[in-house]
Ligand binder design. Structure first.
Ligand SMILES: Nc1ncnc2c1ncn2[C@@H]1O[C@H](COP(=O)(O)OP(=O)(O)OP(=O)(O)O)[C@@H](O)[C@H]1O
Ligand SMILES: [Mg+2]
Length: 569
């Protein structure tokens, strides 16, 4: 360039010479001019050097700019006030999955998910109206890939011609959004579990107290029925019994929901149980409903209470029936599923990683809305007309499955059908399975001497009455301390203690321990308005002989007494 410049300068000088008339200069003048020229030349060379240096600096700064802008690990886009992309860096092109040169001239909205474009428009208007920096989060489109979450930070600026533009910094925040969503989901799950626990506490408390009263109502109705000869009066007693039994069914479901419904902890073959439930269902459902069994699990034994589990299956089956008034298909399907820690964490409850029996109950019924799905397992939630449903079915199922350290989920499509999936931990030992006992009639017993301990007078009197009617001798105590006093004095004359679990002064556990201290061979039956909980299990482990849940019927009590006295003697 310098040579070029010189050539052009020479030509220009020649042109000047042409127009200027010939002048003669004195030697002194020539000398001066020559000096001036030299100075001028040096000056020019210095300027030239400066320019070259500026050129080098410019190159360096251009390289730095390329590093900072083009190769920055974050997207930069400049957008005109009309929303057209003016320039973009490589990271931006990368984020959007296109060639950088294809970006200029396109509207930025082309890369924003339609539903989120309003957010962008709003912020752009704000930016150009107020000049205040803007920030927003929205979903953007990437060529050949799923949309991603982006955070846009925009500032107002001017281009070289002074036209307003907006400079946008664009970052992919998909991972953060996913983490946030996962957190929200797990919080919601926790909230749901806590809510169900709280309702469970309440339901359990009510059911417990109610059962005490029901034991009285049912028991005395039984006694009345046995004693009355008048047919009409007998029918009244029968009606009381029926009403009380219905109430007892309801409290049993409440207890099941409160996870206090498990009476037993024995090996249960689920295939056997499914077959039994299906046999029962076959009698009570429409012939237009086709029953299908796909029993694929090769391990089928879980630990728990067979009658509670069977009730759960029946509840699901009856719900499916109700969802298919015009017929359809009801499928029970089993398989073994390994649940890893991540899957366990997704379910409410305390699932541990391991092998589970996965049982699905699927219908082709009317399905349910999201609203229904949300409240499905809550007690007393029903969409059925008054008198048709209590809303306790699934609440009981939920409690039962939770109590078996399992999980239950529902998925449904309106108009297509519903699938309930149950996971129950498989029994590793796979011990001998058992199935629910059929009703046994009370056998006759040797005459026993029994101490009945219960803080509820009604129950105390009823149990005494039942036992005395059968010829047994009964002593009663209204609390644990009183019971211990009596036991200390008379333990040698007592064959059996029937001990309430929840009592003021001294509860069932401490009373049992006190009795064991007096007589290590004490024979005691536990009774409670709750069912076998950890407390009861602990006492059973310490040597109590059995457990009877309230409200109990005469023959239940007598059967249990017969069993424990038989095995003991
Ligand atoms: N298989 C299903 N298909 C469609 N909706 C269902 C299904 N199972 C349950 N539901 C919905 O869930 C609600 C609650 O069921 P749940 O078994 O707890 O009570 P219910 O069946 O209404 O009454 P109950 O079982 O006490 O007779 C039902 O009213 C129904 O709306
Ligand atoms: Mg139901």
């Amino acid at each position: 360039p310098a040579d070029n410049l010189r050539r052009r300068a020479t030509e220009k000088a020649k042109a000047d010479d042409d127009v200027r008339p010939e002048e003669t200069l004195s030697p002194a003048e020539t000398q001066r001019l020559l000096h001036e020229l030299r100075v001028h030349q040096i000056e020019l060379e210095m300027q030239n050097e400066e320019l070259r240096q500026a050129q080098v600096d410019l190159e360096a700064s251009r390289a730095r700019y390329f590093d900072l802008y083009d190769l920055a690990p974050i997207g930069y886009v400049t957008v005109s006030d009309k929303g057209m992309i003016l320039e973009a860096n490589l990271a931006a092109a990368n984020l959007l999955g296109v060639e950088r040169r294809s970006l200029a001239g396109q509207p930025l909205t082309r890369f924003i998910v339609v539903d989120d474009q309003d957010i962008y428009y709003r912020h752009r208007r704000q930016l150009f109206e107020t000049g205040a920096p803007q920030a927003c989060e929205l979903r953007m489109l990437r060529a050949d890939a799923a949309p991603f979450w982006a955070r846009l930070n925009a500032t107002a600026a001017q281009d070289v011609d002074g036209a307003p533009v907006c400079r946008v910094v664009m970052a992919d925040i998909t991972e953060r959004k996913q983490a946030e969503a996962a957190l929200r989901e797990s919080e919601e799950r926790l909230r749901q579990v806590e809510k169900m626990d709280a309702i469970g506490q309440l339901a359990g408390g009510i059911a417990h107290d109610f059962n005490n009263q029901l034991t009285g109502v049912l028991g005395y109705a039984d006694l009345l029925y046995d004693r009355l000869d008048d047919v009409r009066l007998k029918r009244y007693a029968e009606n009381i019994r029926t009403a009380a039994r219905r109430s007892a069914d309801l409290t049993a479901k409440l207890l099941a929901f409160a996870r206090k419904g498990q009476y037993l902890s024995v090996p249960v073959d689920m295939h056997h149980l499914v077959a039994e439930a299906v046999a029962i269902l076959q009698h009570s459902i429409d012939k237009r409903i086709h029953l299908e069994l796909l029993l694929r699990a090769n391990a089928t034994v879980v630990t728990g209470d067979p009658s509670q589990l069977e009730n759960a299956l029946l509840n699901l089956g009856l719900n499916a029936r109700d969802a298919m008034p015009d017929g359809g298909t009801l499928t029970f399907e089993t398989q073994v599923a390994y649940l890893d820690a991540a899957t366990c964490a997704k379910h409410p409850g305390e699932l541990q990683p391991g092998d589970y029996l996965q049982l699905t109950v699927t219908d082709t019924g009317h399905g349910m809305s999201d609203e229904v799905k949300q409240h499905l397992f809550e007690p007393f939630f029903t969409t059925k007309p008054v008198g048709k449903g209590t809303g306790m079915g699934l609440a009981a199922v939920y409690g039962t499955i939770g109590n078996h350290r399992g999980a239950i989920t529902a998925s449904s499509t309106v108009g297509c059908g519903t699938t309930f999936t149950i996971y129950l931990p498989l029994d590793k030992k796979s011990a001998r399975p058992s199935t629910p006992d059929s009703d046994v009639t009370a056998p006759t017993l040797a005459k026993l001497r029994v101490l009945v301990v219960d803080d509820e007078g009604l129950v105390r009197d009823l149990v005494s009455e039942i036992l005395r009617n059968d010829g047994h001798t009964v002593t009663t105590a209204a609390n644990g301390r009183e019971a211990l006093d009596i036991y200390r004095q008379h333990w040698q004359e007592l064959d059996l203690v029937i001990l309430d679990m929840v009592m003021p002064v001294l509860d069932g556990r401490d009373t049992f321990r006190g009795m064991k201290a007096i007589n290590p061979g004490v024979r005691a039956l536990l009774s409670s308005g709750f069912s076998v909980d950890n407390e009861a299990k602990a006492i059973l482990n310490e040597g109590a002989l059995g457990f009877v849940g309230k409200p109990f019927r005469r023959h239940e009590l007598m059967t249990l007494i017969a069993q424990v006295t038989k095995t003991e003697r």
